[in-house]
Design a binder for this molecule. Structure first.
Ligand code: COA
Length: 159
């Protein structure tokens, strides 16, 4: 049976921290579905289709990787895609509590789906999409933290 993993998130926008996780999980699974959360109750800077487009733009080698947006429960989406794994990156201790709660809840909703955690590389451990948005909005630079195409999109958005 093919090992399919969902890598979910807001990706508003994708950063090099996310890309590092994608690069590392490529060798662990047969197929990866990058699932962009399109929660209508959350306000995002980029629309779901813009976020999907930006991810597709920055994937160097997209073999075995699909990118799409989803609404509703993550485990229902994973079931629909035939995925038995969910991947999450852990940055700091502060991520643990939230991830633990999500893991327990997702497990209750579907005990067959396993969540796998990867420690974020040290150079990205302080990174977040929000902090990147703030820096670019205020005219600062973010060397090696986001791809150039993402930086360009952010600058266009804020101009
Ligand atoms: N390196 C650097 N930063 C990273 C990172 C990494 N490897 N991985 C995540 N981050 C950052 C993100 O940029 C983001 O920053 P922001 O908060 O400033 O935007 C932050 O960490 C959180 O990221 P993300 O992984 O996108 O989590 P999220 O909380 O936005 O989304 C979902 C989590 C989509 C998986 C979750 O809300 C979900 O499953 N929703 C569907 C509904 C559902 O099923 N709910 C019940 C769950 S029990």
């Amino acid at each position: 049976m093919a090992k399919i993993a969902i890598y979910p998130g807001s990706f508003d926008p994708i950063t090099n921290g996310h890309l590092d996780i994608i690069k590392r999980i490529k060798f662990l699974f047969d197929k990866i579905v990058i699932a962009v959360n399109d929660n209508p109750l959350k306000s995002f800077l980029f629309t779901a289709s813009e976020r999907v487009e930006m991810i597709k733009e920055v994937l160097n080698d997209s073999s075995g990787i699909e990118v799409e947006s989803f609404r509703g429960l993550l485990v229902r989406y994973a079931e629909k895609r035939g995925a038995r794994f969910i991947v999450r990156g852990l940055r700091a201790l502060s991520d643990f509590e939230y991830e633990f709660q999500m893991d327990l809840m997702n497990r209750k909703l579907n005990p067959q789906i396993e969540t796998v955690y990867l420690m974020t590389r040290q150079s990205y451990s302080y990174l977040s999409s929000s902090i990147i948005k703030e820096i670019i909005k205020l005219g600062g630079d973010t060397p090696s933290l986001i791809p150039d195409s993402v930086k360009k999109r952010l600058q266009e958005k804020f101009n």
